[in-house]
Design a protein around this ligand. Structure first.
Ligand SMILES: Nc1ncnc2c1ncn2[C@@H]1O[C@H](COP(=O)(O)OP(=O)(O)OP(=O)(O)O)[C@@H](O)[C@H]1O
Length: 234
């Protein structure tokens, strides 16, 4: 168990232009596997991820990591952000920032190019990659510095089944290597494949939280049952 957890949220609220976006949220998160956020559009998943990563300011309440070290977090967005440099340069960049020795950078870059199947395009400008390749690059660039926590916001939205499967393989491997994944998805198949813990958000609040095995087998609220059936829940 990483020393960053448990993560405790007390009475967390975010308001924008007087509108309550999320909250109040009280939560203690001490994951032993990937935590997946599910919920309808606008229920607050992205905002909660941004709050946990420190990208979003809270209006009230407190977010308490057991050890607060944002440099050990990474975030992957729905639309992958890549630099206008080669694929290999994108991978090397975060390690250069950490003053990693050149030889180690080269080894890590070669390793991640191979793991992501991007070796053949190592010298191509990253913006020219396909959507799936770009997302794999964004995930590899986040994982290359071995973060303790990786937040992902719908990383496979707009990707086909093949690209999704490749990305899930990278995520399974990262989780097995000790990175805590906290990820929002609309894809219930993906949630079932990846989740160890499940957070169901509704109207800015955490409506249900528990082990994925328990909640998928026996949701305790009508709203989660309906959501898992594919009914419209607002
Ligand atoms: N900066 C902002 N200003 C005003 N309202 C905002 C802002 N950011 C988010 N919201 C609103 O907060 C609510 C929660 O949005 P959020 O993007 O967190 O939900 P979500 O569950 O991630 O949605 P989706 O599944 O569609 O991505 C929405 O009603 C959204 O319109």
């Amino acid at each position: 168990m990483s020393a960053l957890f448990p993560l405790t949220l007390r009475d967390v609220q975010v308001r924008r232009k007087r509108k309550r976006v999320i909250g109040p949220i009280d939560l203690v998160l001490d994951p032993s596997g990937p935590t997946i956020l599910i919920g309808p559009n606008g229920s607050g998943k992205t905002t909660l991820l941004r709050v946990l990563h420190g990208l979003e300011r809270v209006n009230t309440g407190h977010v308490g990591w057991t050890r607060n070290d944002p440099s050990r977090h990474a975030f992957v967005f729905q639309s992958p952000i890549v630099m206008r440099r080669s694929v290999a340069e994108n991978l090397a960049y975060p390690l250069r920032l950490l003053n990693t020795p050149k030889q180690e950078i080269k080894q890590a870059v070669d390793d991640w190019l191979q793991r992501t199947g991007l070796t053949a395009v190592r010298n191509s400008p990253a913006p020219r990659l396909s959507g799936g390749e770009r997302q794999k690059l964004a995930i590899a660039r986040a994982l290359i510095r071995k973060p303790d926590v990786l937040f992902l916001d719908e990383p496979c939205a707009n990707l086909d089944g093949y690209a999704t499967r490749e990305i899930e393989a990278l995520l399974h491997e990262a989780a097995a290597n000790g990175t805590h994944l906290i990820m929002a998805t609309h894809d219930m198949g993906q949630a079932r494949r990846l989740a160890h813990g499940l957070l169901f958000m509704l109207d800015g609040k955490i409506h249900e939280v528990g082990s994925a095995a328990d909640l998928f087998a026996a949701p305790s609220t009508d709203e989660l049952s309906a959501f898992l059936r594919g009914d419209i829940v607002i």
